[in-house]
Ligand binder design. Structure first.
Ligand SMILES: CC(C)(COP(=O)(O)OP(=O)(O)OC[C@H]1O[C@@H](n2cnc3c(N)ncnc32)[C@H](O)[C@@H]1OP(=O)(O)O)[C@@H](O)C(=O)NCCC(=O)NCCS
Length: 154
């Protein structure tokens, strides 16, 4: 069945006062597959406060017609050899309304926004989950052949 886009969703710049709502969304969105991460409320809040410090200039929330935050993205723009590079640090949508086009709206907004900042490329890291990767592929992102993400567990 075709999913109906939510009416009257607005995208606006993030504010510090949005962080508690974003933390609730982050916590519930990552609790579900494919992540199944159990973030404590204070961890979600701390994570967002830290990212907010360097991303706030270029980050956005999606709000419904009551002004409630229903999704957000954190974007950082960094200088790079080919010109400014956008780094998508976080994207999350309230699980209650996932699949209704909010994630796509947020990504579209980034692409529109990047023009005014002369951004030449964009990068993100995502879980290797075919369904999740699909949203990025549809937006023109491709898996890099020459880079990997490396972890070390202490
Ligand atoms: C990824 C995410 C932001 C998409 O938001 P959304 O509003 O549902 O996105 P849209 O409605 O615009 O697009 C739907 C697409 O998102 C992806 N998606 C949505 N829910 C998903 C889920 N539970 N698992 C994996 N992918 C999902 C799929 O590609 C889906 O397409 P499909 O319905 O044809 O399978 C949302 O699923 C989310 O918050 N996930 C948890 C956090 C996360 O993984 N963030 C990305 C980190 S790289």
């Amino acid at each position: 069945m075709e999913k109906k886009p939510l009416a009257k969703v607005k995208i606006r710049k993030i504010q510090k006062a949005d962080l508690p709502a974003c933390a609730r969304i982050l916590k519930s969105a990552y609790r579900r597959p494919p992540h199944q991460e159990h973030l404590a409320p204070h961890t979600a809040r701390q994570y967002l406060e830290e990212k907010y410090q360097h991303c706030r200039q270029h980050s956005f929330v999606a709000v419904d017609n009551q002004g409630d935050v229903i999704g957000f993205q954190l974007l950082y723009i960094s200088a790079w050899t080919s010109g400014p590079q956008a780094i998508l640090e976080e994207l999350a949508v309230d699980p209650k309304i996932q699949g209704q086009g909010i994630g796509k709206r947020l990504l579209d907004h980034t692409h529109h926004y990047r023009r005014s900042h002369k951004v030449k490329s964009a990068m993100l890291w995502a879980r290797k989950d075919p369904r999740l990767l699909k949203i990025y592929r549809k937006q023109g992102y491709r898996q890099a052949d020459d880079f990997v993400i490396m972890f070390k567990i202490f």
